[in-house]
Design a protein around this ligand. Structure first.
Ligand code: PXL
Length: 273
C-alpha cells in the first residue's frame, strides 16, 4: 500500500503568463514548488516574451479569469492567493469581485511595468487597484515606482520607503512591503509595516542584469508562507532571503534581463510547518 501523503498546502496565483519562464505565472509556480506548496493558477493574460522584452500581450476574457479562480478555490481550497499582472481595468474589477467573495489571505503585487520597461497594466486601471484591491490585501508589495504611483510620494531613500509603507496601510492595505531595490546605494533595503510594527531587511546590492521576475518570485514566496499559515513577517523574511539566493545564483540565460535561479535553497524550515 502507498503510505498516505502528508497534507500539502495549496496556493493560487492570479497572474500573466511569461513565455520566457522567468516571471509571471511561471515564476510563481516554480516558487510555490520550491517552498513545498502545491501551485494553482488563474491566467489573466498571455504575454509573448523573452529576456529581451514583451513582444505582445493578449488579455484573457474577464469571465474566464473569474471562472478559473472560482473553480480552483471551490475544489482545491487554496489557503492563500497572490495577484500579479492584471493588464486591464475590467480584469482588476473582476478579480477584486472574486477575491472579495473568497476572503483568502492575499498578496497584492501591484505589477505595472516589466523589467524591460514594457507596460503590463493599463493606466486607467491604477485607480481600481488602489480602490478595490488595496483594501483586500494582507500585504501589498510595490517597488519604488509602483509605490510612487499608488501613493503620490517621491521615494529617494530609506525614510521615504518607510513613509510610503505607512501611506499604503493608511490607504487600506493590512500591511505593506516597500522594496528599495531600485534605489541607489551599496545595500538594498526592504521595509515592512503592518500598522503596528516595522521590519527592515538589508542585503548587499548585486551588480547583475539578471533580475527578471524578482518581484513575482518574492510575492509568490510570501504567498507560499501565508498558505503554510506562517506569520507575515516570517513569510516575508523567508521570501526576501530566497530571492537574494536566487539572484546570486541566476543561471545567466538569454540575451537580455535573465531569470533568477528558482532551484535555489529555501531558508531552513520555510518549507515545513
Ligand atoms: O515582473 C513583473 C511581471 C509580471 N507578470 C508578467 C511579467 C512580468 C515581467 O516581465 O512578464 C507576466
Amino acid at each position: 500500500m502507498v503510505p498516505p501523503s502528508p497534507t500539502r498546502p495549496v496556493a493560487l496565483t492570479v497572474a500573466g503568463s511569461d513565455s520566457g519562464g522567468g516571471a509571471g505565472i511561471q515564476a510563481d509556480l516554480k516558487t510555490f514548488h520550491a517552498f513545498g506548496v502545491f501551485g494553482t493558477s488563474a491566467v489573466t493574460a498571455v504575454t509573448v516574451q523573452d529576456t529581451r522584452g514583451v513582444h505582445g500581450v493578449h488579455a484573457v476574457p474577464v469571465d474566464v479569469v473569474v471562472a478559473q479562480i472560482d473553480v480552483v478555490v471551490r475544489d482545491l481550497a487554496p489557503t492563500a492567493v497572490k495577484s500579479g499582472m492584471l493588464a486591464t481595468r475590467p480584469l482588476v474589477d473582476g478579480v477584486a469581485q472574486a477575491l472579495e467573495r473568497h476572503g483568502l489571505p492575499y498578496v497584492l503585487d501591484p505589477v505595472m511595468v516589466a523589467t524591460s520597461g514594457d507596460p503590463l497594466l493599463d493606466e486607467d486601471a491604477v485607480d481600481a487597484v488602489r480602490r478595490r484591491l488595496l483594501p483586500l490585501a494582507t500585504v501589498v508589495t510595490p517597488n519604488t515606482d509602483e509605490a510612487r504611483i499608488l501613493t503620490g510620494l517621491e521615494l529617494r531613500n530609506e525614510h521615504d520607503l518607510r513613509d510610503a509603507a505607512r501611506a499604503l496601510v493608511d490607504a487600506g492595505a493590512s500591511a505593506a512591503l516597500v522594496k528599495g531595490g531600485h534605489l541607489e546605494g551599496a545595500e538594498t533595503v526592504d521595509v515592512l509595516w503592518d500598522g503596528t510594527s516595522e521590519w527592515i531587511w538589508r542585503h548587499p546590492r548585486l551588480d547583475t542584469r539578471h533580475t527578471h521576475g524578482t518581484g513575482c518570485t518574492l510575492s509568490a514566496a510570501i504567498c507560499a508562507g501565508l498558505a503554510r499559515g506562517h506569520h507575515l513577517h516570517r513569510a516575508v523574511g523567508d521570501g526576501v532571503e530566497f530571492v537574494a539566493r536566487a539572484l546570486r545564483t541566476a543561471p545567466g540565460l538569454g540575451g537580455g534581463h535573465g531569470p533568477l535561479n528558482h532551484f535555489a535553497d529555501v531558508p531552513d524550515g520555510s518549507e515545513s510547518d
